[in-house]
Design a protein around this ligand. Sequence first.
Ligand SMILES: C[S@@+](CC[C@H](N)C(=O)[O-])C[C@H]1O[C@@H](n2cnc3c(N)ncnc32)[C@H](O)[C@@H]1O
Length: 355
Amino acid sequence: METPTLASPRLAQRGRAAINFQAGIGIASARLLAQAERALADRGITADTLPEDMDARHDTVAHVIGDHPAFRLNTLLSEWRAKSHGPVARDAFEEQRDQLVPALHALDAGPSRLVEEPIPPLPSYWADTEFHRTEGGWDSSAYNGYVHGEILHKLMLAKMFPGDIFAQRRAAASAAPRRDYARILDMGASSGHYTVALAEIFPAARITGIDLSPRMLEHAARSGNARGQAWQLHVRPAEDTGLPAESFDLVTSFNLLHELPPPVIDAVFAETFRLLAPGGDMLMSDVPRFAELDRLTAWRFDHLAKWGGEPFWRASASMDLAAAATRAGFTGVTAGGIGTAPTFHPYLIQGRKPA
Ligand SMILES: C[S@@+](CC[C@H](N)C(=O)[O-])C[C@H]1O[C@@H](n2cnc3c(N)ncnc32)[C@H](O)[C@@H]1O
């Protein structure tokens, strides 16, 4: 039988228009912020004169341009978008539910699967948080993997964020020092966008993915099946996977670490070290380190993270990930952004478990 393809989101007119409107507001909001930053510069506040402390940076910006129309409008639109983007995407799905649900279930059968096993206790920093200000968090609705992975990522975020968000995943995976890994673990695989990049770059590898969200992993399995891939997906915490020691040659993640409190990030590096076979590679990609950005760019990330419902972004972006990886036992650790100035996103940390 021919493998069914993942129906590219075919939303109805109203849903498409609402999503496009959200993306347009996101783009307009970024332009307003740039305008507000120019007003800040006109009043003598630049990356070089902003205070070192992040709260003091916010106070300075609020004091100097808090009443500037562009900044006030950016604040209003950011708040509106933060509250409305989730419901708008969900409504767009509901409008086409009768067509989408059968198309999605047609992709349940195939070589990729969410392994049926008891779900481990979900950590409170994950279960009790409404990430991205989506009511109910990652598992807020039965088809949230599609809503988040296809509607939000492909139709909204891909238009709003600078650069190609999928090419960034391929670039991150391509930075691994070898091409012959037999066993790869994708931590925080979510709806599978980075897993797709891994499968493209390491076609011979056996890919395992873990995440805490069954709804995201269900979609990842469908995405794998649409591509004829055989991914084994598990609901497991990255900091304590329960997977056998030394069972992977590459352990990797994309945009997982900023979702975690710093002590959990340390635990993730320790677990990665345990999971790797001697000589295996660790490759983690995430948001840039605040300490390596100019102060205005770091402030902008912190501002966006606040509206974006990212409770751990500031603490994790303030952490020295190269030091954390070295503490866990990795050797030859390197870290740095591979993107363009001034953000250099994505930021990569690599290291090897000694042979
Ligand atoms: C920003 S998404 C990851 C994006 C994904 N790698 C991609 O390329 O699109 C973060 C994911 O990490 C998952 N997550 C958060 N904490 C986790 C943990 N402790 N262990 C495993 N997954 C976790 C979330 O459920 C979410 O699906």
